[in-house]
Design a binder for this molecule. Sequence first.
Ligand SMILES: *[C@@H]1O[C@H](CO)[C@@H](O)[C@H](O)[C@H]1NC(C)=O
Ligand SMILES: *[C@@H]1O[C@H](CO)[C@@H](O)[C@H](O)[C@H]1NC(C)=O
Ligand SMILES: *[C@@H]1O[C@H](CO)[C@@H](O)[C@H](O)[C@H]1NC(C)=O
Ligand SMILES: *[C@@H]1O[C@H](CO)[C@@H](O)[C@H](O)[C@H]1NC(C)=O
Ligand SMILES: *[C@@H]1O[C@H](CO)[C@@H](O)[C@H](O)[C@H]1NC(C)=O
Ligand SMILES: *[C@@H]1O[C@H](CO)[C@@H](O)[C@H](O)[C@H]1NC(C)=O
Ligand SMILES: *[C@@H]1O[C@H](CO)[C@@H](O)[C@H](O)[C@H]1NC(C)=O
Ligand SMILES: *[C@@H]1O[C@H](CO)[C@@H](O)[C@H](O)[C@H]1NC(C)=O
Length: 447
Amino acid sequence: MRLLGLVVAALAALPEVVECAGGRVHHAKDGSVIGTTAPRPTLKPKPLTTGKQFIKSERRKRTCFVDALGNGRDDAPQILAALHKCNGNGTVALLSPLYTIATPLDLTFLNGIDIDIQGTLKFTPDTDFWQANSFKYTFQNSSSFWQIGGTDVNIFGSGKGTIDGSGQAWYDLYAQDPLILRPILIAYKDLHGATISGLKLRYSPQWYQIVIDSSNIIFDGIDIFGGSISKNPAKNTDGWDTYRSDNIVIQNSHIDNGDDCVSFKPNSTNMVVQGLFCNGSHGISVGSLGQYYKVYDLVEDVYVYNITMINASDMARIKVWPGIQSALSVDLQGGGGIGLVNNITYDNMQISNVDYGIELTQCYGQKNLTLCNEYPSTLEIKNVVFKNMWGTASKKYDPTVGTLVCSSPAVCHNIVAKNINVVPPSGKAPKYTCTNMDRTLLELPCA
Ligand SMILES: *[C@@H]1O[C@H](CO)[C@@H](O)[C@H](O)[C@H]1NC(C)=O
Ligand SMILES: *[C@@H]1O[C@H](CO)[C@@H](O)[C@H](O)[C@H]1NC(C)=O
Ligand SMILES: *[C@@H]1O[C@H](CO)[C@@H](O)[C@H](O)[C@H]1NC(C)=O
Ligand SMILES: *[C@@H]1O[C@H](CO)[C@@H](O)[C@H](O)[C@H]1NC(C)=O
Ligand SMILES: *[C@@H]1O[C@H](CO)[C@@H](O)[C@H](O)[C@H]1NC(C)=O
Ligand SMILES: *[C@@H]1O[C@H](CO)[C@@H](O)[C@H](O)[C@H]1NC(C)=O
Ligand SMILES: *[C@@H]1O[C@H](CO)[C@@H](O)[C@H](O)[C@H]1NC(C)=O
Ligand SMILES: *[C@@H]1O[C@H](CO)[C@@H](O)[C@H](O)[C@H]1NC(C)=O
């Protein structure tokens, strides 16, 4: 009852204006200016596209402003109320400098709405509360602070809006117990037709974003940065993970993180990733796949284009679990899954200080290669092209600059590499590990 009262009070307090496409000045009760609404950016996949449709939203007709309560009070209830009120052709404007989010937000009801974020949304570092109350997903035991879904949704940060996960408390707790449930900073769940742009994402407890059961989304101008200030590293901070999703474009973004820059998890189709600068990551990855015994995973029709990758373990990466149960770490185990990786292109990539320009493995999570060969992967990889890559690897495996290892020739077909000009820092002739591959298709110096 108390919560309902709060929601009603918040609804009553929301001012409403008619016709607004940016440029409306919003005042506080004392007359001072809080901010001005931003125009919704017009976004298109560029230069490449998936060939499928994205949304064209109508002009929004109403604006709901949410002013932060301040002093660490939870702004989640009044944000929820505003989203309900302006859902259906409206805009919710978050113009205050700092909003505190202390309770989970299930925003999977959105339908025809713009969200103009110019301040910071900061999640509280209450690790006990969030572990008990976050949204839970069975895939890889993941969870999130909030979930955004629905149709025809534009969320824009205009280069200012920030989402802060207060990650430090989580990095330190994870170092003590790797089985804690670290929330993903943003989960897009059942979201169909959306643009997400101009946001700064900071200090995620683990992955920055997951896209689940979603379609037709453009991400543009996302700036990711985080890290730990203690001795405990910020681990598993993937930029994006796509899962059971179709027709997603990720472009023009800067990612400074410590795990996959982008990762296509099971059932990711029609993906374009272009114009990214990734620093410190594990590359643009297909997978890991085949983690769940006898489950069919598909990753198909993916184009990765124009990527700058620095200080990373990999640039182009395909990782598949072997046909036998394996443990990568105490909180990540799997193997024995089935499925297909088909029609994947990596094109136009510049690297610097990257361990492997190309890494393809069907032995993910298993150190014993003999065992991998005894139980080859039951997930086929075919029609993959790596082309136009240049730059310098790291000294880690010098002079080896790439590795392509299939667990059996029967499960890898038509894997092509051409115009790859990666050199090791020593200046020696570069080498590649190539196992169970059709070498006639690899224009690489296989050792
Ligand atoms: C939103 O606008 C469209 C087109 O103008 C209209 O059909 C629809 O009913 C509106 N939705 C709401 C909830 O007002
Ligand atoms: C590559 O991406 C960068 C942004 O990272 C952009 O400035 C540049 O124009 C893009 N080049 C091509 C050929 O698309
Ligand atoms: C790459 O990341 C490291 C570590 O966070 C940082 O020190 C460095 O400035 C970053 N470089 C670029 C070019 O972003
Ligand atoms: C992926 O899609 C296939 C159908 O194409 C389905 O059989 C399979 O269960 C899906 N896998 C996951 C992980 O959802
Ligand atoms: C391969 O994927 C690309 C998108 O990356 C798509 O344009 C093309 O049609 C696909 N090829 C086939 C044979 O389906
Ligand atoms: C999920 O967590 C449980 C324990 O909390 C663990 O036993 C299991 O292996 C985890 N699953 C995956 C896929 O990591
Ligand atoms: C990141 O890469 C740049 C360019 O290769 C290099 O100058 C810098 O030292 C690297 N930073 C780290 C933290 O490795
Ligand atoms: C690797 O696997 C093989 C085959 O099962 C086994 O004989 C061998 O002992 C294993 N090696 C190690 C180091 O565990």
